[in-house]
Design a binder for this molecule. Structure first.
Ligand code: TRP
Length: 333
């Protein structure tokens, strides 16, 4: 990876970010910003596709997400952080790309399908929601990104983007748009505290980066373990046991985690003890972030200034791509 690698990634501001986001993509971004040219977008336009009735929620969470970024160590001197709705070129590119994608193709997109099931859109599915994979292709291509660090659930979005890139370049006989590769970490998906397959705000099973120690302790207390492990002396299962899944990811001392697993499986190790250990291990990661976050959250003006500066730079890059796209499409008059 080098400075010639360009990264575009982002998150919907519908709530503060959780530790699933951290292992899925934030941790990667903190490392990659040292060697690549990185853009991180707060996707308020995309957030509105399923939150259009609650614009104030999206607005407030732009600041929350910005604080989370800074708290985990995304450094605005190395990474351009910006707000999606302030980049008009993204909306324009979306408009042009829409011609290159069939309705059937977006309906087949697995991420879209899963979300439609989860969200139970009452009155029907908004067109804006169906189109969001195309808008995401605009996000990625506007920055000519070739790398996208995301969680596993976003893979179909990258595939869709690359199809658009290939169609565009072929139809308009150009090499303006660049294909992107997803960068998915080994632990691409962290279960929720209830043991469900995905940690998410809407499922109410998330541990947030901004959680206090008390909140963290309470959540770990409720965490799903082995329902058959009733007495301390009983042998317990570690497969499907969320506490051990988290220890595999967040445990600093691998040797110690291995010992705990052996003891748990033999019997004689209570859930309480393992949970207390997990709390300590998670605190090693979260405590410094929480402290940094509190500092940033106090200085709203400074955080907004950083966002405005990032957005100015992002606009220049996206405008250039839009110009190239319009040129390839014979739209310069
Ligand atoms: N779809 C992402 C999410 O659900 C957010 C996002 C919008 C994104 N545009 C992107 C991610 C471009 C990576 C690249 O959080």
């Amino acid at each position: 990876m080098s400075t010639r690698d360009i990264i575009l990634t982002g998150d919907r501001p519908t709530g503060p970010l959780h530790i699933g986001h951290y292992v899925g993509s934030l941790a990667n971004r903190v490392v990659l910003q040292n060697t690549c040219t990185q853009f991180v977008m707060i996707a308020d336009v995309q957030a509105l596709t399923d939150n259009y009735e609650h614009p104030e929620k999206v607005h407030d969470n732009v600041f929350e997400v910005a604080c989370d970024y800074l708290a985990v160590g995304i450094d605005p001197t190395k990474t351009t952080i910006f707000i999606q709705s302030m980049i008009p070129a993204l909306a324009e590119l979306t408009m042009y790309y829409m011609n290159l994608v069939t309705v059937a193709r977006v309906q087949r997109n697995p991420t879209v399908k899963t979300e439609i099931k989860q969200k139970a859109f009452g009155e029907g599915i908004p067109v804006g929601f169906m189109v969001y994979p195309i808008s995401q292709a605009a996000d990625i291509t506007a920055f000519k990104a070739n790398l996208v660090p995301v969680g596993e659930d976003q893979l179909p979005m990258i595939e869709q983007t690359n199809e658009i890139v290939r169609t565009f370049n072929r139809l308009y006989q150009t090499d303006t748009l660049v294909e992107a590769k997803a960068l998915v970490p080994k632990c691409a998906r962290l279960s929720g505290i209830d043991g469900q397959a995905k940690m998410s705000k809407s499922l109410g099973n998330a541990i947030y980066l901004k959680d206090s120690v008390d909140e963290l302790a309470k959540k770990i207390q409720k965490m799903y373990t082995d329902p058959g492990h009733l007495k301390v002396q009983d042998p317990g299962k570690i497969e499907g046991n969320t506490v051990f899944e988290y220890l595999d990811v967040f445990g600093v001392d691998v040797q110690k985690v291995t010992e705990l697993k052996e003891q748990y499986q033999r019997g004689g190790l209570g859930d309480m003890v393992v949970k207390k250990y997990l709390l300590e291990q998670l605190e090693i990661l979260i405590a410094p972030m929480r402290a940094r976050r509190q500092e940033y959250a106090k200085d709203r003006a400074q955080v907004m200034k950083m966002l405005h500066e990032g957005t100015t730079l992002a606009n220049q890059v996206a405008q250039q791509t839009l110009y190239d796209v319009k040129k390839a499409m014979h739209l310069l008059y």
